[in-house]
Design a binder for this molecule. Structure first.
Ligand code: ARG
Length: 283
């Protein structure tokens, strides 16, 4: 009995070892529409690791002019796949579909500028945090009516659906009129078009929106303190541990600093260098 158990363990350990090391030639496959995301379950393929994200959150994940999914988180995801010796497949889906994608097996891990919250911890395991963030308010330049969180209660506020910005304005501030959008950029467009009075969103994404859109400003007040982490399914402590190890490595070898330089500080040369190193992206 004991021996049998040992053998079973030995064989699966060997298989796992082969899966970790036996892969050559890595490619990244990306799927950009939600429908195919729903039908494909590639976690059954040992050479592929599937990451789910919502690529409407620049600079962490977005679709660039060449139709490639890029950003800070994509660099991290690519390195995780490479360290595990696997091909990375990206499922680009709605933000509120990300956590369900883990329990249904559509994705092995989620990296999406996702904040660690207690509610989410009830459904997923989070890695160690890799980025600090906060919610901020964007208003139209010259607006004097909204000066901070205190003046939001009676205002029309745009958020990205299901995010901590949504939770904050809805539950903490009790804002009555909340417009929920699937993409960060649509929140800014709604504000510009006069559909809403303010946007509440993550600080770095706010920076991006404001620098790419005329006529918007960020208020100085910091509404929350948050940490981004990578999520895996509740029963996948093994992958959680592997991801933590890779994160340690990426911190130690300067990769996270480089990703910050490229995507947060906007150093285009470093960005080009990091993107050249991404595994081939096929649509
Ligand atoms: N940090 C916020 C949250 O976790 C927003 C994340 C949105 N990310 C995205 N890829 N759309 O709720």
């Amino acid at each position: 009995m004991k021996l049998k158990k040992f053998l079973t363990f030995g064989i699966s350990a060997m298989m796992a070892f082969t899966a970790l090391t036996g892969c050559s030639g890595q490619t990244t496959t990306t799927t950009t529409d939600t429908e195919s995301a729903a039908v494909s379950d590639s976690s059954s393929d040992d050479n592929v690791i599937t990451m789910a994200t919502n690529a409407a959150f620049e600079p962490f994940e977005y679709v660039d002019d060449n139709n490639h999914i890029v950003g800070y988180d994509i660099v991290v995801a690519d390195k995780i796949a490479k360290s595990l010796g696997k091909e990375l497949e990206i499922q680009n889906i709605d933000f509120d579909a990300l956590i369900p994608a883990l329990s249904s097996g559509i994705a092995d891990f989620v990296i999406a500028g996702m904040t660690v919250t207690e509610e989410r911890q009830a459904n997923v395991l989070f890695s160690d945090p890799y980025f600090e963030a906060s919610q901020v308010i964007i208003v139209k330049d010259g607006d004097t009516a909204i000066t901070g969180a205190d003046s939001l209660a009676g205002a029309k506020v745009a958020v990205q659906e299901g995010t901590t910005g949504d939770i904050y304005v809805t539950d903490e501030l009790g804002v009555q009129t909340v417009s929920r959008f699937k993409k960060a950029v649509d929140c800014a467009q709604d504000l510009l078009a006069g559909g809403s009075d303010a946007v509440v969103i993550d600080n770095q994404v706010a920076q991006n929106l404001v620098s790419s859109t005329e006529g918007l400003v960020i208020l100085p007040e910091v509404l929350t303190t948050e940490e981004y982490a990578i999520a895996v399914d509740k029963d996948n402590a093994e992958l959680q541990a592997q991801i933590n190890e890779v994160l340690q490595q990426l911190k130690a070898d300067g990769t996270l600093d480089k990703a910050r330089q490229a995507y947060i500080e906007g150093d285009e040369a470093v960005q080009a260098e990091l993107e050249a190193d991404l595994s081939t992206v096929t649509e």
